[in-house]
Design a binder for this molecule. Structure first.
Ligand code: WQD
Length: 338
């Protein structure tokens, strides 16, 4: 049974990927410092997978810990989620983002190289495309950063390209568009700290009555309803993409792929779909555009289909109903020691 190191595996996408990898027959070890996740997800992962979750608390910046971990267990590869990912925060604290995101990748790959582990799935993002004007976005499009966060992701992609010239790395770079939704059980999902920046968790708080109204940031974009377009992808599809990426790396096939649906959805369309999931009106108001927002971001998903055999399967309705199930279950509690 191949064993995979999942850095940041207690987080939103990491926890869903843990479930998908376990179900695909991989043995998984989670490394997480719980800076942006809670330990209580571990009990729910054990319940979901029927496995004892193998978890090590620590940071990818801790080289001694990585060396110990990689010598204690025979790993076949790693999926690297552990990073800072808030665009706005990266503008305020760029050096912290360089340390964690770039320093963390270099430390992890050095430790992996010295342990002879050369398969890595890297968590990248569609924001590496900057402010594109041609759509849908293909992987050949030029990269440009509009924030220190995006700069760190572009830099990490370049580092991995260079590392693969020196050592026999098999690397899967996955450029996520907008991950949303939750596992249908309601046991795991997105759990942002404080007031959510992102659209779906914000609408969810409005639906719970914890926030009064959704502010729609701009309705004067060049789209049919005037609100911005994004390529939302169900986190269950995204988790499955990681399994298919690892499967390709086990055959030595490196790749850089967009992970999206190819279907742009506007803010008002997302609001309407969430309203349908909840079954009642959710208040919104039009607000000024948010600084840094791009009008459109959506993928040409064909390369992931061609090289990984991956295509998104969940639609907007399941994205919203799974989110609504999760946030209600989270508020109610799961009725077991967690
Ligand atoms: C989506 C749309 C907003 C909140 C960000 C990061 C990206 C990635 C995913 C890490 C936009 C609008 C939002 C609200 C709104 N993170 N919106 N009212 O900005 O596309 O991407 O998260 O990889 O790097 O940039 O996602 O969900 O914040 O916004 O109108 O209260 O919803 O203007 O058009 P975004 P988002």
């Amino acid at each position: 049974m191949a064993r995979i190191l999942l850095t940041g595996g207690a987080g939103y996408i990491g926890s869903h990927t843990y479930v998908a990898l376990s179900e695909a027959g991989y043995a998984v070890t989670i490394l997480d410092n719980f800076a942006n996740s809670d330990r209580d997800v571990l009990d729910r992962l054990a319940r979901l997978t029927g496995t004892e979750v193998d978890v090590v608390e620590g940071s990818v910046l801790d080289r001694a810990l990585l060396d110990r971990l990689l010598s204690e267990r025979a790993f076949d590869g790693a999926v690297h989620f552990a990073a800072r990912k808030a665009v706005g925060e990266s503008v305020a604290r760029p050096l912290d983002y360089f340390e964690t995101n770039i320093g963390g990748l270099v430390t992890l790959t050095q430790a992996m190289r010295d342990a002879g582990v050369f398969r890595l799935v890297f968590s990248s993002t569609a924001t590496v495309y900057g402010e594109p004007e041609v759509f849908p976005l293909t992987e050949e499009m030029p990269l440009s950063h509009t924030s220190p966060y995006a700069f760190t992701k572009i830099t990490c992609e370049r580092i991995l390209e260079q590392a693969a010239l020196a050592d026999p790395w098999a690397v899967g770079v996955l450029r996520y568009f907008n991950p949303v939704g939750a596992h249908p059980s309601g046991l795991i999902g997105e759990d942002p700290r404080g007031v959510p920046d992102n659209l779906m968790p914000y609408i969810a708080k409005v639906a719970l009555g914890e926030l009064p109204v959704l502010r729609v940031f701009g309705d004067d974009y060049d789209t049919p309803d005037g609100t911005a377009w994004r390529d939302y992808i169900h986190v269950m599809d995204l988790a499955r993409a990681h399994v298919q990426s690892l499967d390709a790396l086990m055959e030595g096939r490196s790749h850089v792929v967009n992970i999206g649906t190819g279907n742009p959805v506007s803010v008002l369309q997302m609001h309407a779909a969430y309203q349908d999931a909840v079954g009642r009106e959710l208040p919104y108001e039009i607000a000024p555009r948010r600084a840094g927002d791009v009008p459109k971001l959506y993928a040409d998903p064909s390369r992931a289909r061609d090289v990984l055999g991956f295509s998104a399967e969940y639609g907007l309705a399941e994205m919203c109903t799974s989110s609504w199930t999760w946030v209600q279950a989270q508020k109610r509690g799961w009725g077991f020691n967690s």
